[in-house]
Design a binder for this molecule. Structure first.
Ligand code: ADP
Length: 483
């Protein structure tokens, strides 16, 4: 096996900066690829949390001017990860999260902020900033979509590119007028370039110009070629379907390991699943729920958004608690949903608990203490919480879409008879179907043996990065062989 170098370019990376699953992938895939003799370096923006969290930074390149200010490229480390950090204070040193300010609004110059990341990624790829020149460039999501455009329109040779869609809903659309500031030629504004419905589409550019496109599950790869999930890009994806594949995400099984998780009340493994009862008790106490060991306790860990179907769950809450179940919800996002779940917790004390906010430790405690984890998403490229749930013995109850369909085996008659079921799927994604899923889940939960089998099947499912990393390594090698 020949060794290979790859530069991964993403706007988030766990544990330094995270708003969603993208950060988990960007943070875990490099380590998993090492086993396959692929040495990954990760390029990310120098947000305050990144600059404050990296080790051994040293400057490898200085920019006199990068989109309106001076900047530096720093080589650094974070644990085992090799990083390149784009330290451009005028673009990235701001309060709020990577995309929005404290007022919850997108930064007006997001187009420039992420064009800078993409352009620098392309320059590194072409070996123009230091003596490092990776064999493959792997760009993630709209923030890096212009990277293959910068390569193409520079006229200089560069490495092959892989572009991964983590969520087609976030497309990075900007007005035509931005083009002049991006350092791309006028001819880039074309159907086979960055043009998208009269403006500039960053995600579209990535899909149009990358050598390979991946997304994070096979089912989502198929869904986005249809008009419903394609969100305006299905035509392009169908045209490029020979370049498109789905590779499931994994999770970091060291971070998510119930056998030695320091964040939970009682550790356990597949031999000692009963010890979860202590975590359930602690979770009920944390959420102000009645300390009933026999109540079916559902957990939710989610961004609160339309995508995640949590408005459907709101409508179904009376049926959920009517069946004697409880709910512990952790989430943040849409203010309307935040308010609604806060109100539901006040209306049904002891049965529904909600923590509004982002809390990594509490996410672990929910996985370890909830009987079932609910994921009623309208669409879900891969989904990570159901993978963590499998590993923690929280039975996933999920909508049959995208990666949820690919990773949870529904407890239907066939799967139950052959002993492979790991959870409950429901379709279509409606309140009625969700309520029916509550009924099925309640029946399974009442059967102690059936429930324990679901838990054990889940806990012994391989949700690590082992298989996915093998697919990415193979993809990278196929591209390098073609150079
Ligand atoms: P998405 O990327 O669409 O938000 P994923 O399921 O792919 O959804 O990834 C979400 C990640 O963020 C998971 O690791 C999940 O545990 C975590 N997460 C989501 N919301 C919260 C929260 N409020 N507190 C802590 N972790 C959260």
């Amino acid at each position: 096996m020949t060794s290979l170098t790859a530069l991964s370019i993403a706007s988030e990376l766990f544990p330094l900066i995270k708003t969603g699953g993208l950060a988990d992938v960007a943070g875990a895939l490099p380590t998993a690829l090492r086993t396959h003799d692929v040495a990954v370096t990760s390029l990310l923006p120098g947000y305050p949390a990144v600059l404050g969290g990296i080790e051994d930074p040293r400057e490898v390149h200085g920019f006199h001017e990068l989109f309106g200010g001076t900047a530096r490229l720093l080589a650094a480390r974070c644990g085992e990860l090799d990083l390149l950090v784009l330290d451009a204070p005028h673009l990235y040193v701001r309060p709020g999260n990577p995309y929005v300010g404290p007022d919850g609004r997108d930064w007006p110059d997001n187009g420039l902020r992420f064009a800078a990341l993409a352009q620098v990624g392309a320059l590194i790829g072409q070996g123009l900033l230091s003596d490092y020149a990776p064999d493959v460039l792997h760009a993630h999501d709209w923030q890096t979509g212009l990277l293959p455009a910068y390569l193409k329109y520079s006229g200089r040779p560069g490495p092959k590119t892989v572009f991964t869609i983590h969520n087609l809903a976030f497309q990075g659309r900007f007005p035509y007028e931005l083009l002049a500031k991006l350092g791309l030629p006028e001819r880039a504004f074309s159907l086979d370039g960055v043009e998208y419905y009269g403006g500039i589409g960053y995600l579209k550019a990535g899909l149009q110009l990358a050598d390979r496109i991946t997304t994070v599950s096979p089912t989502y790869a198929a869904e986005i070629q249809g008009s419903e999930a394609g969100m305006g890009l299905d035509g392009l994806l169908r045209l490029r379907s020979d370049r498109l594949s789905g590779i499931l995400n994994g999770i970091d099984t060291d971070v998510w390991n119930p056998a030695n998780d320091a964040l939970i009340a009682a550790t356990y493994d597949v031999e000692s699943v009963a010890a979860r009862a202590r975590n359930k008790k602690a979770l009920q106490a944390r959420f102000g729920l009645k300390p009933e060991p026999g109540a079916l306790l559902y957990g939710v860990i989610s961004r609160l958004s339309w995508q995640k179907g949590l408005d459907l769950l709101l409508e179904a809450l009376p049926q959920l608690i009517g069946g004697g179940a409880q709910l512990a919800l952790l989430g943040a996002g849409d203010s309307e949903l935040e308010r609604a779940y806060g109100a539901a917790a006040r209306k049904y004390p002891g049965q529904i608990g909600a923590v509004i906010g982002y809390d990594e430790a509490l996410a672990h405690q929910i996985q370890a203490g909830a009987d079932a984890l609910l994921v009623p998403s309208r669409f879900e490229p891969c989904g990570l919480t159901q993978l963590c749930a499998l590993r923690y013995g929280a039975v996933p109850v999920v909508a049959r879409v995208g990666g949820l369909a690919d990773t949870v085996v529904d407890a239907n008659e066939m799967a139950t008879a052959t002993g492979v079921a790991t959870g409950v799927q429901f379709a279509p994604v409606t309140t009625d179907a969700l309520i029916k899923a509550f009924g099925r889940t309640r029946a399974l939960f009442a059967d102690v043996v059936a429930w324990r089998n679901l838990q054990i099947n889940g806990m012994t499912t391989d949700v690590s990065w082992k298989n996915p990393a093998q697919h990415y390594a193979k993809l990278y090698r196929s591209l390098v062989a073609k150079r």
